[in-house]
Design a protein around this ligand. Structure first.
Ligand code: NAP
Length: 399
């Protein structure tokens, strides 16, 4: 194919300075070098606090647009003059994130901001009918029903980046009727710990994930297994799959990224060494499968891959995840906000590890469930749940 026939992809990465964001930059660099059929341009990037890394990426790729979301709109000029390449439009604040997500020149949006902070910009990309590569699972947890409705209206394509959901997506690609989705979970750093031992877990121990290198919030979520709870809810919305057709199995080696059992009894799985560049590339290039830059399985050596059920007594987050996936409505926004607040308190050394999931349970049970909340109401409930967790933590510390 001649250069003039090559398809042009303009990619925007929201959260380019994070673990998924930097892996996405690597994938785009790899595709730019190796894809003979398309050109890959980093059109826009955002970062929050890490302006050093944002500047470094901007100077390497010279994107049209950069957003520094932690700064006020009137601070843009100072940052722009200081560090970014000439010709790059620099914007500040959350409104610029939304504007970049809906920019008509962006055709692929990678939603890689962590937490509920990624909600509005991800929704803007969905509303604008883009291909949205969703790493920001919290958007689906908070507003999965709304995302589905908006995507149906705008024609947006939702491509999962979470390795489990990317695996399920690939398992379903061959057609057939699925009977159940089996999400695998590494079990995190406390897979073999007793509840008593987990009560005393330190921040460093909770952050030390055995198989994945990730941002802090998702690392703590993996240790509590709230990450899997969020993924159950994510799968419910992404695949329109009832909660009782989803299962979770512990697979400590993180090689089988998830499985789908079909109605004829066959089970299809997707396997690879753990490396997020693979699902990211899949989301960017789908439906094409292009040569990757990640390690492959070494099948010349004996391997032992195990699957075991989850102990929900030690990991009560799993039951919470199924419950929220079952009831939908306002439950996702409440549990997600409670979890973000509780993880923040744990990382500040103000909450015990095992209280994170307890706080989420208390917030869920204290709220009056609403089956069809508006997006404004979801944001109110988010604030309420955060305040509820802070109040509970103060009361627990005082008693
Ligand atoms: N890491 C993984 O392997 C993995 C796998 C599957 C799914 N995910 C999901 O991907 C998302 C990102 O995870 P991550 O591990 O990449 O997180 P991370 O390393 O902590 O990166 C988070 C990104 O979001 C930006 N950010 C933080 N707070 C923000 C705010 N209030 N407003 C706007 N931007 C903000 C950060 O900017 P600064 O760094 O500049 O402050 C950074 O670019 C999460 O939803 C996570 O669950 C991650």
């Amino acid at each position: 194919m001649s250069t003039s026939q090559r398809i042009e992809h303009h990619v925007a990465i929201l959260g380019a300075t994070g673990s998924i964001g930097t892996a996405t930059v690597q994938v785009i660099e790899h595709l730019s070098r190796t894809d003979p059929t398309a050109s890959w341009t980093l059109y826009g990037i955002s970062g929050h606090h890490n302006t050093d890394l944002l500047t470094e990426i901007a100077n390497r790729h010279r994107p049209n647009r950069v957003v520094v979301s932690s700064l006020e709109a009137d601070e843009a000029k100072a940052v722009s003059d200081a560090a970014f390449p000439a010709g790059t439009r620099v914007g500040c604040g959350p409104d610029e994130l939304i504007d970049l997500a809906g920019d008509p020149r962006v055709d692929i949006l990678v939603a890689a901001i962590v937490g509920r902070a990624g909600l509005e910009s991800t929704l803007a990309g969905v509303r604008a009918g883009k291909r949205v590569a969703i790493a920001n699972k919290e958007t689906l947890v908070v507003a999965g029903g709304l995302v589905r409705r908006l995507a149906a209206e705008s024609g947006a394509e939702l491509l999962p980046v979470d390795s489990e959901h990317a695996a399920i997506f690939q398992c379903l690609a061959g057609g057939g009727t699925p009977r159940r989705i089996i999400l695998t979970a590494s079990g995190g750093p406390f897979r073999d710990w007793s509840l008593e031992k987990m009560r005393e877990a330190t921040i460093e121990q909770a952050l030390a994930h055995p198989t994945w290198q990730m941002g802090k919030k998702i690392s703590i979520d993996s240790a509590t297994m709230m990450n899997k709870a969020l993924e159950i809810i994510e799968a419910r919305w992404l695949f329109d799959c009832p909660a009782d057709q989803i299962e979770v199995m512990i697979h400590p080696q993180s090689i089988i990224h998830s499985m789908v059992e079909m109605i004829d009894g066959s089970t299809i799985a997707q396997l690879s060494p753990p490396d997020m560049r693979l699902p990211i590339q899949h989301a960017l290039t789908y439906p094409h499968c292009l040569p990757g830059d990640t390690p492959t399985l070494d099948l010349s050596r004996t391997a032992c891959w195990t699957l075991e059920p989850v102990d929900v007594e030690r990991f009560p987050a799993i039951s919470l995840g199924f419950e929220v996936a079952r009831v939908g409505g306002s439950a996702g926004a409440v549990v997600n906000a409670a979890n973000e607040q509780a993880v923040g308190l744990f990382l500040e050394g103000r909450m015990r590890f095992t209280d994170i999931v307890t706080a989420c349970r208390i917030a869920l049970e204290s709220h009056n469930h609403e089956s069809n909340p508006s997006s404004d109401r979801l944001l109110e409930l988010d604030l309420w749940a955060r305040a509820e967790v802070r109040r509970w933590q103060l009361r627990s510390n005082a008693s």
